[in-house]
Design a protein around this ligand. Structure first.
Ligand SMILES: Nc1ncnc2c1ncn2[C@@H]1O[C@H](COP(=O)(O)OP(=O)(O)OP(=O)(O)O)[C@@H](O)[C@H]1O
Ligand SMILES: [Mg+2]
Length: 263
């Protein structure tokens, strides 16, 4: 999942991962943002510093691209943190100190991991990328089956989608699809649909503006656990069904009573 800053990538990834987990899938969610916050969006409450990130020396460089030096299952065991609905969350390596230099190896680890996890039968990997299109020049998601681009209904967001879609077309990623988010009026969804048509892009889903999603974020509660955010979760579920070509709809549960009490 990629797109402009603040478009709703992390909220979508966390919600999608948990919906898939709750539906019985094995799900790995990778935080590919060097300013990480996917753990919290999934519902893992520990402070950011307490989650180990993927070490950059997990890969060796080969002519055909980076490759993991250890089996993916071992990486999952060592660095994955199991969250709600069985979602295993991992964090890309990030700068620990100022002036450390570039993050090439951290991106290479994610790229190699995505390749190996893709070979695991029945496993779904959700990768939350950062807003910069740098992941495309680095090939971080080169092994993705589908690149979803989150679009908000305003010009600069759509320009970011257009740029990333153009770069993605030069990669081996098989499919690029747009997900519209934060649409307050039908005209906004129509404008994104028209943009997609004009640029030959698939529109995989439309998510309306959700005050509840915003409130959930302010309360540090995942969308799926926040009473009133069900319409948002329903829209995410519908987009995931399209993106993954699932045969059946993903059920959206009602938030647990304790979350209701907290809210
Ligand atoms: N449909 C929506 N309606 C209203 N607010 C939303 C919606 N989707 C996401 N948000 C809010 O938008 C803000 C940014 O969301 P999020 O962190 O998921 O974006 P992001 O694209 O991952 O951002 P970044 O580029 O910083 O990683 C959050 O406060 C989130 O609650
Ligand atoms: Mg994010």
């Amino acid at each position: 999942m990629a797109g402009k800053g603040g478009a709703g990538k992390t909220t979508f990834c966390a919600t999608a991962a948990r919906l898939l987990g709750r539906a019985g899938r094995r799900v790995v969610a990778i935080d590919g943002d060097t300013n990480p916050n996917l753990h919290a969006a999934v519902g893992l409450a520990a402070p950011a510093g307490e989650f180990a990130s993927l070490p950059v020396d997990l890969v060796s460089r080969r002519l055909d691209g980076p490759a993991l030096k250890v089996p993916a299952a071992e990486v999952l065991d060592r660095y994955g943190v199991r969250g709600p609905d069985g979602v295993v969350v991992m964090r890309m390596g990030a700068a620990g100190h100022a002036d450390e230099g570039c993050l090439c190896s951290a991106h290479a680890v994610v790229s190699a991991l995505l390749a190996d996890l893709g070979a695991e039968p029945g496993l779904v990997t959700v990768l939350d990328l950062e807003a910069s299109p740098e992941h495309l020049s680095r090939g971080t998601a080169r092994h993705a089956d589908v690149l979803a681009l989150m679009a908000e209904p305003y010009y600069r967001s759509l320009e970011a989608v257009r740029l990333q879609a153009r770069l993605a077309a030069e990669t081996s990623i098989g499919r690029v699809a747009v997900v519209a988010n934060k649409c307050r009026r039908p005209a906004e969804a129509d404008a994104i649909a028209e943009f997609c048509q004009r640029h030959g892009l698939e529109l995989a889903g439309v998510i309306g503006w959700s005050d509840a999603a915003l409130d959930a974020d302010a309360a540090s509660v995942p969308v799926l656990d926040y009473p009133g955010a069900e319409p948002m979760a329903e829209a995410v579920a519908a987009a995931v069904v399209r993106l993954l070509d699932l045969d059946d709809p993903l059920p959206v549960p009602r938030p647990a009573a304790e979350a209701g009490a907290r809210a």
